[in-house]
Ligand binder design. Structure first.
Ligand SMILES: Nc1ncnc2c1ncn2[C@@H]1O[C@H](COP(=O)(O)OP(=O)(O)OP(=O)(O)O)[C@@H](O)[C@H]1O
Ligand SMILES: [Mg+2]
Length: 563
């Protein structure tokens, strides 16, 4: 939509210029050739002035319009990207570099906007305006059209020739920028680790190398852009000079009336102007194209997980959370990294199931499957007999309270962060949840209590404090199905013991999946499953298993030994 109004505005501005040229040549002709007085041409001068104003007005309108639609476009594009990234889910963001995604959504959208609002109209205008000027010149003086018909395509060819090179380099430049962002973000997040290992120097060298590379590529782009500009300026000037020579020769030998000659001379540069402007915007154009490719690649990434229940009619949630995994297999990285193999487990309604096993056994993967951040490659997950992927996703997630292994705290106050679980919770609810999670005490000691702002990673809280906030969320959510993934792993044994009672109370009457290294909570579970490299190797009553000399007993023995 904007494209057409922008092109129309540019076209009418060009029409104004041609009309101006015509009127101007007429005025000059009347005064110098026909010896009229200034008074005789006042009307024409008025027309000239009006045309100038009209042109300025058109350009102003189109600029304002461009700005407006640009910000709208950027807004909606970022919104789409965010929606898409949300839809793709954590499995996607973990496999992509965050710095690179940030670059695509922030910088990429910015240059794409330039591409759409300036380069695209310029490209269309570079075809329309010369054609129009050509027609006008043909009407004024057919022989001149021949010169333009000959020089115009040469310039276009030159532009296309250099353009191909620009494209390659700007794409490289965009890649390098993404890379730099990714590297920088990584470095910021791992600053402490890097300093600890004495790697600051190397990182600084790395950044220097990357920036140097990026700088060199940028200079290359600018050099070529400058060359393109130079060639076109030069070519345009030479062609205009040719026209001037040809016209003056014919003017002197009396083949061409003065006013026409002058009009042709003034209009001719307009033939080359759009091409020159296109050359100026060429590198913005190619940069935008590179960004567009990346952005549309993100937008076109098929959403594997969480198939929206639009394809199948979503069924409403069964009343009971009776969960069954049947021969489920799942591998990360497109089948490259198997995490669960032929995994079967029954989580009966209202019972507590504990999942134990070595690190990397696939415990968190099972939780991710239940939350439908990922979908099984094979096998099925059913809730009370209904396939999980046919159940309305939002309704299902509303039923699950999940305390993740690495809870994330957002920019905002402590209360906001707890209230994430239920946005309409009252202050009393929030503090009750915090009390249950043993978080109330430390929150009260913070300078502003519940209103204390915390950083994007909860920078000012300890690991155990963050974990307690995550548990407070679960209390506040009060959902019938609870997943605790190493929920107490960062807590000291005193806090853990204190929270244990609260968790036991929370677990009562709910279906619970506990994933734990530490086994205190596991002892109280109704059933325990031992996972080894993606397979269930033992299931049973924790007390009974203790006497059977199986894997569970070994795990407990080594744990008790260590304790
Ligand atoms: N996003 C991911 N991309 C690729 N591989 C992954 C991803 N997440 C986990 N894995 C791999 O899948 C396997 C199972 O991981 P998972 O997180 O389920 O283990 P876990 O049992 O929860 O371990 P821990 O006790 O250390 O939390 C591991 O080999 C891990 O390297
Ligand atoms: Mg885990």
């Amino acid at each position: 939509m904007f494209l057409y109004t922008g092109v129309a505005a540019g076209f009418f501005a060009a029409v104004c210029v041609v009309a101006q040229a015509y009127v101007l040549s007429d005025i000059v002709d009347r005064i110098f050739q026909k010896k009229q007085t200034l008074a005789d041409v006042t009307a024409l001068l008025g027309v000239l002035l009006a045309l100038a104003f009209l042109r300025a007005f058109i350009i102003w309108c189109s600029d304002v319009l461009a700005q407006r639609s640009a910000s709208r476009l950027k807004g909606s594009l970022r919104q789409k990207l965010t929606q898409q990234i949300f839809a793709l889910g954590p499995a996607y963001t973990q496999s992509e570099s965050s710095g690179e995604l940030v670059n695509a959504t922030v910088e990429g959208v910015e240059v794409l906007d330039e591409y759409i609002t300036t380069f695209q109209p310029a490209r269309l205008l570079a075809m329309l305006v010369p054609a129009f000027v050509l027609v006008v010149i043909f009407l004024l003086d057919p022989p001149t059209t021949l010169i333009l018909l000959f020089t115009g395509p040469i310039l276009v060819l030159l532009l296309a020739f250099i353009g191909g090179r620009v494209k390659e380099i700007t794409e490289k430049r965009f890649l390098e920028l993404s890379w730099m962002s990714a590297f920088f973000l990584d470095m910021l997040q791992g600053l402490a680790t890097l300093k600890m290992f004495g790697r600051s120097r190397e990182q600084i060298d790395n950044i220097r190398d990357i920036s140097r590379h990026y700088g060199a590529t940028t200079m290359e782009v600018l050099r070529i852009a400058f060359q393109t500009g130079l060639v076109l300026e030069w070519g345009g000037t030479v062609a205009t000079a040719l026209v001037a020579v040809e016209i003056s020769l014919r003017l002197m030998s009396g083949f061409l009336p003065f006013n026409r000659a002058l009009a042709v001379l003034i209009v001719t540069p307009e033939f080359f102007l759009p091409l020159r402007q296109l050359a100026l915007k060429y590198h913005a154009g190619t940069a935008g194209k590179a960004a567009a490719d990346r952005i549309f690649a993100i937008l076109d990434t098929p959403i594997k997980q969480a198939r929206a229940p639009t394809t199948r009619s979503a069924r409403s949630l069964p009343a009971r959370s009776d969960i069954r995994f049947d021969h489920v297999s799942f591998a990360y990285d497109a089948g490259q990294r198997p995490a669960l193999q032929d995994f079967s487990l029954h989580l009966p309604h209202g019972q507590t199931i504990a999942l134990v096993g070595a690190t990397g056994a696939g415990k968190s993967t099972m939780a991710q499957l239940l939350l439908r951040f990922i979908e099984p490659d094979r096998g099925s997950i059913t809730i009370d007999g209904l396939p999980l992927d046919e159940i309305d996703l939002a309704a299902w997630r509303a039923r699950v309270a999940w305390v993740p292994q690495q809870p994330h705290l957002f920019h905002g106050t402590i209360a906001d962060n707890i209230r994430l679980a239920r946005s309409d919770a009252s202050e009393a609810d929030v503090s009750a949840a915090a009390q249950a999670a043993q978080a109330h005490e430390f929150i009260r000691q913070l300078p502003q209590g519940y209103a204390t702002p915390i950083g994007e990673r909860g920078a000012r809280l300890s690991g155990g404090q963050q974990q307690r906030l995550a548990i407070a969320r679960a209390f506040l959510k009060d959902a019938p199905f609870l997943i605790l993934d190493e929920a107490t792993s960062h807590l000291d044994s005193v806090s853990e013991a204190a929270i244990q009672d609260a968790l036991t109370r929370l677990m009562r009457g709910r279906t619970v999946l506990i994933i734990a290294h530490r086994l205190k909570l596991v002892y109280t579970a109704d059933r325990v499953a031992v996972l080894d490299r993606g397979r269930v190797i033992e299931v049973g009553d924790p007390r009974a298993l203790l006497t059977q000399g199986g894997p569970y007993q070994q795990i407990v023995a080594s744990y008790e030994g260590a304790a």
